[in-house]
Write a protein that binds this ligand. Structure first.
Ligand code: HEC
Ligand code: HEC
Ligand code: HEC
Ligand code: HEC
Length: 434
């Protein structure tokens, strides 16, 4: 079991996720650039990013290496492949040792091709600095000179991690879905943890090794948590839809790739039949439904800022769900159409960030009775919980009465999820908002 820390502002210590990813060999975004990766040790000198304590008079803390090494799971990502669980997963899949499998290395390390590995590069460092910040070959020189601007560094190949869309693409490529690097049901069934991603929550939990202060704001645009959440939802939805469309186009199997579906559609007890209609989905009893939690979040956002897009998302999402009755081609087409709509919304969200009014309206939709009834599945409940936490944190409205924690408790485990429990917790939160 993997522990999934709650974001700041919650009193619960930890919640666990049950299961989760499978990969084709593909590099993440920051690995796409053709620069040589020099290895974590190149960044870790005590006068660079390996200071024992944060520096006060420097524009960055300079202890980023220590934070990553001591507190960030990415520094242990290669070790996870050597753990008992990692070995067990690989043995069940019959793919040889996990730490030699390209499938596993693709997400658990900075798996650039051999010719892009510098002499101090070390694959056992896991998801290191350059997995996210990009191969340093072409920017290290001007970077250590201390006089280069952000634009010069980005032009030299540093990855724009401060840009919400770029950051979301980076994280989502390993944490959710990507047309080339996908998490399959085979991997989940072999014991890989189930993935659940939300950009703001995960940026807080990593833990963040960035200091957003006045000088940061002069160098880079800063984004509040709720807007990171919103852009994260749009990018996650688009990547999920593009990956779904690709998987459907190449389908040579009787079954579709189950990882694109809501787990609880199939994994639940039938001792006491509890199927219930979800008007937003438009499918009947016994029909597994595609995972659409990010689309549900986007509809709540669009309803606040662009009602026409909200209506379009609603119609197109129903078309997508119903396309599963028609076949792989229909699903692929519906997914591509939706992905285009989501791209339009992403552009709007980056041009005009959500303001207080829009955030209040989005929060009202997410906490409404109708929202709970329309989306009774685990995935939407889990994303709703993280969304409410992100928005309330940004608005400075995190409730002190424990009602947010009750939402976290209700979405702790997909296997023990009860939509009634979630609806009740949401009703309590609604009360506390009055
Ligand atoms: C598409 C990306 C991806 C692929 C491919 C992938 N993983 Fe993972 N893996 C992750 C992510 C992301 C997590 C962390 C999940 C979380 O906590 O949200 C993880 C977590 C794990 C964990 C739990 C780690 C812990 O600290 O508890 C193990 C073990 C693991 N993976 C093994 C494997 C093995 C073995 C393979 C190859 C068969 C593999 N993974 C392939 C992305 C991937
Ligand atoms: C999982 C992705 C990831 C990894 C791994 C990672 N970073 Fe970061 N880093 C980020 C993000 C996201 C930010 C915040 C956005 C920004 O300001 O660019 C950031 C910010 C920073 C900053 C502050 C930038 C500023 O302008 O204030 C420094 C310095 C930094 N990282 C150095 C490192 C070093 C050194 C390592 C390796 C020891 C590392 N990072 C590993 C994603 C990562
Ligand atoms: C190259 C793939 C990769 C990228 C890119 C990546 N991650 Fe991860 N991340 C992982 C893996 C693998 C793990 C699990 C490591 C382990 O537990 O051993 C992980 C773990 C985490 C965890 C800990 C999860 C837990 O359950 O405790 C957080 C938080 C996280 N990542 C946030 C981020 C954020 C934010 C970004 C984008 C800035 C990001 N990651 C980018 C692969 C990646
Ligand atoms: C369309 C139906 C369907 C969906 C959707 C589905 N699964 Fe499965 N799952 C199955 C079937 C069938 C098996 C195989 C059962 C067996 O091997 O006996 C299985 C097996 C598993 C197993 C191994 C079970 C065991 O007892 O060891 C895990 C873990 C798992 N699925 C996780 C997930 C997760 C996580 C999701 C959501 C991302 C998911 N499944 C979505 C049908 C589904």
């Amino acid at each position: 079991m993997i522990s999934f820390k709650l974001r700041k502002g919650s009193v619960l210590a930890a919640t666990t996720l049950l299961f989760s990813v499978f990969g084709f060999n593909s590099a993440s975004h920051a690995q796409e650039n053709e620069a040589i990766h020099l290895g974590v040790q190149t960044c870790a000198a005590s006068t660079c990013h390996g200071a024992a304590q944060p520096w006060q008079n420097s524009i960055v803390s300079q202890n980023e290496f220590i934070v990553w090494n001591n507190h960030d799971a990415h520094s242990k990502a290669y070790q996870a492949l050597l753990s008992d669980r990692g070995k067990r997963i690989a043995a069940k899949l019959g793919i040889g040792p996990a730490h030699e499998s390209q499938t596993c290395l693709a997400c658990h390390t900075d798996n650039v091709p051999a010719e892009l590995r510098g002499k101090n590069f070390d694959i056992t460092e896991g998801v290191g600095c350059e997995s996210c910040h990009g191969g340093a070959e072409n920017w290290l020189g001007t970077h250590v000179s201390g006089v280069s601007s952000r634009d010069i560094l980005v032009a030299a190949g540093m990855y724009p991690t401060e840009d919400p869309v770029a950051r979301a693409e980076l994280c989502v490529s390993c944490h959710q879905a990507n047309p080339d690097k996908l998490v399959t049901h085979r991997l989940l069934s072999a014991g890989h943890p189930r993935l659940a991603f939300e950009l703001d929550t995960f940026s807080v939990n990593q833990p963040a090794h960035v200091r957003i202060d006045d000088d940061y704001r002069q160098r880079k645009p800063a984004h509040d948590g709720a807007n990171l959440w919103a852009v994260g939802q749009a990018v996650a939805a688009r990547q999920q839809l593009r990956a779904l469309a690709k998987s459907m186009q190449s389908k040579a199997n009787l079954f579709p790739e189950f990882t694109f579906f809501e787990c609880g559609s199939c994994h639940h007890s039938y001792d006491n039949a509890q199927w219930q209609a979800q008007p937003g989905v438009g499918l009947g009893p016994g029909e597994p439904q595609l995972y659409d939690a990010n689309l549900v979040m986007l509809r709540a956002i669009a309803a606040a800022v662009t009602p026409n897009t909200a209506a379009k998302l609603k119609t197109q999402t129903r078309v997508l769900h119903r396309a599963t009755r028609q076949g792989a081609g229909a699903v692929a087409r519906a997914a591509s159409t939706l992905a285009d709509t989501v791209d339009g919304l992403t552009a709007q969200l980056t041009q005009t960030p959500l303001d207080q009014t829009a955030l209040q309206a989005t929060l009202a939709t997410l906490t409404s009775r109708q929202h709970a009834a329309e989306y009774a599945d685990f995935g939407a409940a889990e994303q709703t919980t993280m969304a409410i936490a992100a928005i309330m944190d940004t608005l400075g409205q995190t409730p002190a009465d424990g009602s947010l924690d009750r939402l976290y408790t209700a979405t702790k485990s997909p296997a023990r999820f009860s939509s009634r429990g979630f609806t009740n917790a949401l009703a309590q939160l609604r009360e506390s908002l009055k």
